[in-house]
Design a protein around this ligand. Sequence first.
Ligand code: ATP
Ligand code: MG
Length: 441
Amino acid sequence: KIQLPGDVTYIIHCLQAAGHEAYAVGGCVRDSLLSRTPDDWDITTSARPEETKALFGRTVDTGIQHGTVTVMLHKKGYEVTTYRVDGEYEDGRHPNEVTFTSNLIEDLKRRDFTINAMAYNEEEGLVDAFGGREDLEKGIIRCVGDADERFTEDALRIMRAVRFSAQLGFAIEEKTKAAICGHAENLRKVSAERIQVELTKLLASPHPEFLKYAWETGITAIILPEFNRMMETSQQNPHHSWNVGEHTLRAMRAVRADKVLRLTMLLHDCGKPECAFTDEDGVDHFHGHAAAGSRMARGILKRLRYDNDTIDKVTELVYWHDCEILPEIRAVRRAASKVGTALFPLLLEVKRADLAAQSDYQRAEKAEWLDRLDSLYEQIQEEGDCLTLKDLAVTGRDLMAAGMKPGPQLGRTLTALLEFVLEDPGKNTKEYLLANLPKET
Ligand code: ATP
Ligand code: MG
């Protein structure tokens, strides 16, 4: 038995009282059966959109042409969609036309996977026409109906299959998997924005390493060919036990499930294939790969239409991920100042995940080194040490009051003063700094 929220029961009962059928449907039914809390509750009904609108006080026409009306209750929105059959899909993108139907099973049939094609209400209980419950118990992602047809209608479902498998830790059923291999090419027709949404959900899931299935089935060859290059790049040196791609999968798994961190681990070594060099002893080197990778990461993230804030953070973290920081307080202050206080704690997490995914060569020493960096940074924060120009005891205005002319020299002087202070925070007073201005160069 599924416990529906009060608002959902209310909406279903209103629709039923007006002579219509109504059920909770899709993701919320799946998540309830898994004892997970659904993000949102969708309702499917035999009522036409205008009939739904007439029954509720506040509604929004979210996708009226596809039959979707959002009912607002207690400041929350509930999508109520009329039973529908999807028409032909234009270029495997969106249905050209939708036809409303009065038959629930017809509506469930158009849905992507068996686990997403169940409906529930208190009167009828669970409506499960395609074995969704059994697949949930067995942990299987399976298309409703013929997998080849379903992926031809809408190629985004190819991404969704792998995304759900990573979120739930499920296997993809054989025929569904074979159909993914056969139709992965169709992802070229899907917009970058829609792919990005699914890729982000996959990466931020409990199993980001399931990206490997996207690689095996030919998905990454279309949406992220750079990852295929990583899988083809071996790294024969003491630091690694796996090729670049396998290391990447492990590094993603080792970092917290956060969008920026997971994208950083995905791309931290993307420059390695470009920078690989094997010496005469057969040892692989990758000089300059972090800077090259940071540039490449920007191109990849732009292509996938990520927002600028995410792009800036990820490319910075990729750039610095391999930097050396001596385990002493002045070096940590300088590094935190250079990387920025917003990103430095994330950089420490990135370094830890990278180490966790490497070979056990010098692992104990390196882990100890990272522990030192963590505690030194903690100490710096507790002391409130100045790390940025903004926290410097002297401003450009102070320098001009002391007789300096405006111009680029002013900025250089402030930077030099910050260097002083990073060496010794005790020097961060107006008196000391103004009395010890660096010689003009
Ligand atoms: P999430 O927890 O990520 O929201 P969800 O299953 O609710 O998962 P939605 O994208 O919100 O996924 O879609 C709601 C429902 O609509 C799905 O459960 C599925 O039944 C159906 N659906 C969504 N996208 C498609 C699609 N591309 N093809 C077929 N059915 C789809
Ligand atoms: Mg949903």
